[in-house]
Design a protein around this ligand. Structure first.
Ligand code: AMP
Length: 113
């Protein structure tokens, strides 16, 4: 989508620090990290958020979740990590392109704010 910041990041029109890329997903460092390690995994396909996911997208979502462990291993998050998907206004989603936050390398608190 032409005015989507994460589509522009995926298309390399906006710079980012790449962590992993394949034909379906792009993983890059969050610009405002909330933990010593904080990356975002996005689908290359523009999906606005969890509310917009259709049955057709289920294999892609399964693929993304299954990739998390690989990314965590690559980033040496050996002591655990947290996966977050913010959705909609109350979920404090600020970028309307589906993304999985992967945070680690510190003891994360619970519950989230
Ligand atoms: P959310 O609030 O769940 O929609 O998360 C959006 C995330 O995108 C935030 O953690 C931001 O710090 C991050 N972000 C926004 N713009 C950029 C950018 N240009 N490069 C990397 N991360 C970004």
């Amino acid at each position: 989508m032409s005015d989507c910041i994460f589509c522009k990041i995926k298309d390399k029109e906006i710079p980012s620090v790449p962590i992993y890329e394949d034909d379906k997903i792009y993983v890059f460092r969050d610009a405002d990290p909330q933990a010593p390690e904080h990356v975002l995994m996005i689908p290359k396909q523009h999906i606005t958020g969890l509310d917009a996911v259709t049955a057709e997208d289920e294999p892609l979502l399964g693929y993304m979740l299954a990739k998390v462990r690989e990314i965590a291993e690559q980033l040496e998050m050996t002591n655990g990590y947290r996966v977050v998907i913010n959705n909609g206004e109350d979920g404090q989603q600020t970028v309307p392109h589906l993304h999985i936050h992967i945070l680690g390398k510190r003891k994360l608190t619970w519950p989230p704010g």
